[in-house]
Write a protein that binds this ligand. Structure first.
Ligand code: SF4
Length: 322
């Protein structure tokens, strides 16, 4: 999916007093898979009466979202054996199929929050396994998404790698199917695909990369080159958020990572004319917008540390109602 086509997400710019401009990157904040997982988590909590609602592993890498889910009654459980009766929610990047089957066997109700873009490589892996292909999965073997996809392949003749050289370990007469972890860079997949074409008798490529991460990274680099200061909103435990910080810092050393608007220090913005804001793919968009509104109020108050109580009309004044 090309997220830049999503009309719901557009750059938000606020022209504040003293000519200060606050710009939020067009796709800053949660991808649709994360939005869906959070929504399914809250819906499951609302539906359940007495029964336990548990998420297998953190549903999203954002401490604030996790706190909200826990307050709503969703318990985060990391060991599948600790999942009790009731409902279990499967995380957006999927689980091994045997774990899901075991939950069902034990009579636990499964709410599948696996992102549709992760379901796709799972389905393709299963088909490649049945047709006798050697699977090359381009990605990180420790990542839960990769472990999940491999479980659908269901055979031992696979390779998980980031480097074309590793293809030398596969017999040249193999027919090879190539899949990608959703968050890898296209150039890595392309390099391995080209090397595979030169080596094997038959190669089929499935580009299963999701562009949510790359779209946010491209926007962050463009914004950071123009801004006098950058604020990145997201979990410190989120790899896509910390990557955004790294990219922004390479263009704008005055880059700050925050999980919540309360962490903002007013002096960051003293004398700055253009303030850029972005957020990781695991950060709900409203958190990013809240930060924009908060900074706008801060500037309006003359960088006074005492911030007036939020006024719901300010968001509309600052960013419009769309
Ligand atoms: S990053 Fe892409 S694949 Fe992962 S949850 Fe978001 S939309 Fe789905």
């Amino acid at each position: 999916m090309d997220e830049t086509q999503n009309p719901a997400k557009r750059a938000k710019t606020f022209q504040g007093s003293e000519g200060v401009e606050i710009v939020i990157a067009p796709n800053a904040g949660a991808c649709f898979g994360v939005v869906r997982a959070i929504k399914l988590g809250h819906q499951a909590a609302k539906r359940s009466k007495e029964e336990a609602v548990q998420a297998f592993g953190p549903l999203v890498h954002n401490p604030k979202s996790i706190q909200e889910l826990e307050s709503a009654g969703v318990e985060i459980v990391n060991d599948p054996d600790e999942i009790r009766d009731g409902t279990v929610i499967l995380r957006s990047h999927g689980v091994k199929q045997e774990i899901e089957a075991e939950f069902k066997r034990r009579g636990i109700k499964v709410v599948d929050a696996t992102c549709p873009l992760v379901k796709k490589p799972q389905r393709i892996a299963s088909s490649l396994g049945q047709k006798g292909y050697f699977l090359v999965l381009v990605g990180n073997s420790d990542h839960p998404e990769v472990k999940g996809v491999l479980s659908y392949f269901g055979r031992a003749d696979y390779l998980v790698t980031y480097t074309a050289k590793d293809l030398e370990r596969i017999p040249t007469n193999s027919k090879v199917g190539i899949l990608a972890q959703t968050t890898i860079e296209f150039k890595v997949l392309d390099e391995i695909h080209k090397a595979a074409q030169a080596r094997f008798r038959e190669v089929v490529l499935y580009n299963t990369i999701c562009d949510a991460t790359s779209v946010r990274q491209d926007e962050a680099s463009i914004l950071a080159q123009k801004a006098d200061v950058m604020v990145v909103v997201g979990g410190r435990n989120s790899s896509n958020t910390t990557k955004l910080v790294k990219i922004c810092k390479s263009y704008q050393p005055d880059t700050y990572l925050i999980e919540d608007k309360q962490e903002i220090i007013p002096s960051w913005f003293t004398g700055k004319k253009k303030i850029g804001i972005t957020g990781g793919a695991s950060t709900p968009q409203e958190y990013v917008d809240e930060v924009g509104t908060y900074i706008a109020r801060l500037i309006e108050s003359g960088f006074d540390m005492v911030i007036p109580e939020p006024d719901s009309t300010l968001i509309e004044e600052a960013y419009g109602t769309d």
